[in-house]
Design a protein around this ligand. Structure first.
Ligand SMILES: Cc1ncc(COP(=O)(O)O)c(C=O)c1O
Length: 442
């Protein structure tokens, strides 16, 4: 297809932080302090304890306590350092699932598509199932029915005990995995309501499911009202699933609990630091640390954990989030929304999540008018306008062949974090050109 050679690529697909948002000055300070202080660099350059660099565990626990305000402080023992949310997901599956006994992975759909590969690698190919989103974030009735059916099938097949991953003193094998990004979902930006979170915890307890929530965008939040004061969103706007599991109906039903929080510094410092954390019950966090690769290699990301610890313990990261990331992402989000209002809403496009009081994360999920297919818009926007966006189909649960499977041809994802600020409006304007040309030529 014809492309005007002068049009520069505008990338509204890539889910990376813009380079201007990387905290290079604070990191320079952090690395030079760490590498010139023997008490920091010596452990930093050795194999780390299985649970991770102790000061970072403690400082993460304090920082989470001040943001989420659970009834009791987050203890250091609830935290295990990871190599980021993706790496940690793989470790959790190695320790807490069995490729035969664990029946299904239930993924809220549309889903963070790259998680599918991690589940496939763990032996769940063709056993991933999509659970639709609804106004409160996850269709709990659908999930309950599907869990019932899966259990009936397991009983009929005689699937009563793990075959490959035997439970060890530090682990248990769950029958189901429920995977979601409960706050500012990638791609839909939805936040699961507190009521729904409670229902989800009860269901997980009833069906022996582990809820894995990628809580990677929680700190990047702002009011949807462009005139509202940012001080209204200094604390988390909803309790995490892991916090609800800690207290609901008297607390976890066993020492491992039914929910874990998968945290990451990728969106707060930079993906290259490959450092994150997992929070769960103390026994659960210890279980993750006993993944064979951590026992052999020590905690992942041991050296970078010392750098990140400097950022967290000095408050440099908290200041970066508050004074740089949130104002920048808020402005970027508003810029894309105003471009959508000017160029796409008149054509019948809609952004459902904009009605939430608090919005955040990296992505806008844009619903298309019924006469435009996401795959066509995505392909033609690139070919004709040199604009990259994420086609809805990318966010399907890969390998789910069930009746209810959705194709998401009615939506696309736009990322406002990566592209230069000055190009954001133009990117959406060009998308409007493509949409108009599809509508006229139909
Ligand atoms: C929902 C979600 N989970 C996990 C990740 C990857 O996190 P990490 O870089 O910590 O592996 C991303 C990155 O886009 C994401 O959006």
């Amino acid at each position: 297809m014809y492309r005007e050679p002068s049009k520069q690529l505008i990338d509204l697909f890539r889910g990376w932080p813009n380079p201007a948002l990387l905290p290079v000055t604070s990191l320079t300070q952090a690395t030079s302090t760490a590498l010139s202080t023997p008490s920091i660099y010596q452990p930093g350059l050795q194999y780390g304890p299985d649970e991770g660099h102790p000061p970072l565990r403690q400082h993460i626990a304090d920082w989470l306590t001040s943001f989420y305000r659970p009834k009791d402080p987050v203890s250091t023992a609830r935290i295990c350092i990871s190599g980021g949310a993706s790496q940690n997901l793989a470790c959790v599956l190695q320790v807490f699932t069995d490729a035969a006994y664990t029946r299904n992975v239930w993924m809220v759909a549309p889903t963070y598509y790259l998680a599918c590969g991690i589940f496939h690698d763990a032996g769940f190919m063709n056993r991933l199932r999509g659970v639709p989103e609804d106004a409160e974030g996850i269709d709990i009735g659908f999930l309950e029915k599907a869990l019932q059916e899966a259990e009936a099938k397991a009983t009929a097949e005689g699937n009563h005990k793990p075959l490959y991953t035997l439970a060890r003193p530090w682990s248990k094998i769950y029958k189901h995995i429920i995977y979601l990004t409960s706050t500012f979902a990638n791609p839909s930006m939805k936040v699961v309501s507190t009521h729904r979170r409670e229902q989800l915890i009860r269901l997980a307890r009833q069906y022996d499911a582990l809820i894995i929530s990628d809580d990677v965008y929680d700190f990047l939040q702002w009011p949807s009202d462009p005139n509202a004061d940012l001080s209204t969103v200094e604390l988390a706007s909803v309790p995490r699933l892991v916090d609800i599991d800690r207290y609901l109906d008297g607390g976890p039903i066993d020492v491992f609990g039914n929910a874990m929080s998968n945290g990451s510094f990728s969106k707060l410092v930079g993906p290259g630091v490959r450092t994150g954390w997992v929070e769960g019950t103390e026994k659960f966090a210890y279980g993750v640390s006993q993944t064979g690769s951590s026992v052999s290699g020590g905690a992942p990301s041991q050296l970078t954990a010392t750098f990140v610890d400097h950022l967290v313990s000095t408050g440099a990261l908290q200041r970066h989030i508050k004074s740089k990331l949130i104002p920048s992402y808020r402005a970027r989000y508003q810029q894309v929304l105003s471009a959508i209002d000017d160029n796409l809403v008149p054509l019948g496009f809609q952004v459902a999540a904009r009605t939430q009081l608090v919005v955040g994360g990296y992505f806008i999920w844009l619903d298309l008018p019924p006469s435009i297919k996401a795959s066509v818009l995505t392909e033609r926007a690139l070919a004709e306008e040199n604009v990259r966006i994420g086609s809805g189909a990318l966010f399907k649960v890969q390998g789910d062949a069930s009746d209810h499977h959705q194709d998401f041809e009615g939506s696309v994802r736009l990322c406002f974090a990566w592209e230069e600020f000055d190009q954001l409006y133009e990117g959406v304007r060009r998308l409007g050109n493509t949409a108009r040309s599809i509508l006229n030529k139909r």
